[in-house]
Design a protein around this ligand. Structure first.
Ligand SMILES: Nc1ncnc2c1ncn2[C@@H]1O[C@H](COP(=O)(O)OP(=O)(O)OP(=O)(O)O)[C@@H](O)[C@H]1O
Length: 606
């Protein structure tokens, strides 16, 4: 570290331990040595850049104050932990100079006064623990806007005011108990129970049992508001006029084009001729209806092959006509077909997958759908209905507003918010759900068949749901990859190891391994994952293992050991020989162990 940084750190320590004239001896913090020499107690450095990454001085009997100005000269600092000391005074505003800080633990001290107003400027902050101090005043409301925050722990203080509206679906830990907070508790999306809120006499609403008083009558509109609303009314009127005019002209055209077929509309995008082709470039995202397409274009008509509504509460009694006539939007086009977002009248939004060629006979497909419907798991998105004729397959799912794991990893800016803890949690839950499905559908030989990150969707609470289970017959990787040379047969074959040995299921394990690699490296998958697998294998062979990991994980300070452990699981899953790959339930167990270690480390150390 630079001289200036060393001196500033020693100053920071002198303020923490006033009266201690032998800091160099007590803590090894001596300007004559480097903080990364290994002698400075509580300091961890980045092995490559040799800059200070963590300062952990828990339970060191420190009795002074926090000199953030000196501390934050160390701009590389990710973790500061001073839990369970006797440090007093304010938490200084200059703490926001530590711009890279992800973990800030100050629990169990004597900090008093307001929270620094600059706190929300710590835009990388993931975990904050100020519990068990004497802090008062309000929480800066913008703190709730720091995206990617995972822990907010301020229990046992004297904080007051309203609880800001955090993104509760992303928070893993939240506790404001034993303070003076007041007002209505924001919607915590069922994620936290009473223990997070108790001991605040002025708080009301769920999950506490004290109901909030009815809100006062709404204020009258101001002139400014009135002007805005009348503007909306004019625009609305205009839109209605234009829509009616368009509909009338469409109707007219339809009469001219009429083919004699039963009236109806097919879900169709603007490039309808390409819909069953291989092109994937057109993604207009526009509403597009073609009145010249009718239900009868689904082969012999809806009457011959009605929509089968499965045991779903969402689309009870849904009619095929209703589905076809509802407004639809092309969301995307995958290798096997197109996906439409369909808005039903009652406000229900569905995702309708139209499959080009799933390689499964009609009767076989129906049997599969019925069988899969009998096996329910909360982290599997089951089809709500399906339509199946000789050439067409339509699958209806609940639309998942939070998109897919693919979007989360590769969408703009998103990967930075997708921290290590969330990645390991999603990996563990997905593996468990898949293990359940493999187990239940083992004797039927029905695997997922097309497992990839765009088929792992995220529900409203950001929990994963595996979509499109069993829609595809499993493709034989062996035919495509020079890497793979073994078993040609993707169906059941006797294996003395029993259980999960069908190579059909092992293709899912391969797919899951590629998803793990995607989560670890943040890299896009091409060529069915063979490119990514090859690249990872080559880097690991050269022993530059750390190089493979997503830079955002490294800068977040994710545990290298646990990332390497997960990488090892992924490498087992992508073994070229299906027989050498573990079963998914073994994979689930291995990931769960890593997840538990991660959780344990969070409760004991930063
Ligand atoms: N139920 C759903 N809710 C919201 N988005 C969905 C839903 N199902 C799929 N998607 C998203 O729609 C897009 C297109 O999905 P689609 O299944 O057609 O393609 P794919 O998964 O990329 O490829 P494939 O055709 O091989 O399955 C993907 O980004 C996918 O994540």
């Amino acid at each position: 570290e630079e001289e200036e940084v060393k001196q500033a750190l020693v100053r920071f320590m002198e303020k923490l331990a006033p009266g201690n004239t032998v800091i160099g001896q007590t803590f090894g913090w001596d300007v004559k040595t480097d903080p990364c020499s290994g002698k400075w107690q509580g300091v961890t450095c980045d092995s490559q850049s040799q800059s200070v990454k963590k300062i952990v001085l828990d339970e060191r009997n420190l009795t002074g104050v926090l000199d953030a100005l000196s501390l934050c000269t160390t701009s590389s600092l990710l973790v500061l932990s001073l839990n369970d000391n006797d440090i007093g005074g304010h938490i200084p505003n200059e703490i926001s100079n530590c711009q890279n800080l992800t973990h800030l633990y100050l629990s169990g001290n004597r900090f008093s006064g307001n929270l620094p107003v600059s706190l929300p400027q710590l835009s990388n902050l993931k975990r904050l623990d100020f519990s068990k101090n004497g802090l008062s005043g309000q929480v800066p409301p913008n703190l709730s806007k720091v995206s990617g925050m995972l822990s907010f722990l301020v229990q046992d203080n004297q904080l007051s005011g309203e609880i800001p509206k955090f993104d509760f679906s992303n928070l893993a830990q939240f506790n404001v108990s034993n303070n003076n907070f007041s007002g209505a508790i924001p919607d915590v999306k069922g994620r936290f129970n009473t223990s997070s809120f108790l001991g605040n006499p002025g708080l009301c609403g769920l999950p506490l049992s004290d109901l909030c008083p009815l809100s006062p009558p709404a204020k009258k509109f101001s002139t400014k508001q009135l002007r805005v609303y009348s503007g909306y009314a004019i625009i609305g009127f205009f839109v209605v006029v234009v829509t009616v005019a368009l509909k009338l002209s469409k109707k007219k055209r339809h009469v001219v084009d009429k083919t004699g077929a039963e009236e109806g509309r097919e879900l169709q995008d603007n490039s309808d001729n390409k819909i069953s082709g291989t092109s994937s470039e057109s993604k207009t995202g526009e509403f597009a209806y073609r009145s010249e397409y009718s239900i009868t274009s689904f082969e012999n008509g809806a009457a011959a092959s009605p929509l089968v509504v499965l045991s779903s509460p969402v689309v009870n009694g849904l009619k095929f006509e209703e589905l076809l006539q509802a407004p639809a939007e092309l969301v995307g086009r995958g290798k096997h077909g197109s996906l439409y977002k369909v808005m039903l009248d009652g406000g229900v939004t569905l995702a309708v997958k139209r499959i080009k060629d799933c390689g499964i006979q009609k009767e076989d497909f129906k049997m599969r759908m019925e069988r899969i419907d009998q096996v329910k798991h909360p982290n599997v998105l089951h089809a709500s209905a399906y339509y199946c004729s000789k050439q067409e397959r339509l699958l209806v799912y609940e639309f998942q507003q939070n998109g897919s794991l693919f979007n989360l990893l590769h969408g703009s800016q998103n990967s930075q918010l997708f921290d290590w803890g969330s990645r390991i949690r999603i990996a563990a839950i997905t593996a468990q759900a898949l293990a359940f499905m493999h187990d239940e559908l083992h004797d039927d030989g029905i695997a997922h068949g097309n497992l990839k990150s765009s088929n792992i969707l995220l529900d409203k609470d950001m929990y994963p749901r595996i979509s499109e289970y069993g829609l595809m017959v499993v493709e034989n990787h062996q035919d495509q990859s020079p890497l793979l040379s073994q078993t040609k047969n993707s169906f059941k074959h006797n294996n003395p190891n029993g259980g999960c040995a069908y190579s059909t299921f092992k293709v899912d394990v391969y797919g899951f391994g590629v998803i793990l690699l995607e989560m670890l490296t943040g890299k896009l998958v091409q060529n069915k994952g063979f490119d990514l697998a090859n690249w990872v294998n080559s880097v690991v062979r050269e022993e530059w293992t750390v190089e493979v990991f997503d830079r955002t994980l490294i800068s977040e300070g994710a545990s290298e050991e646990r990332m390497v452990n997960l990488l090892q699981v992924a490498l087992k899953c992508i073994n070229p020989s299906p027989d050498a790959r573990p079963c998914i339930n073994q994979v689930a167990t291995m990931i769960n162990i890593i997840k538990e270690e991660e959780e344990k480390s969070l409760s004991f150390e930063p």
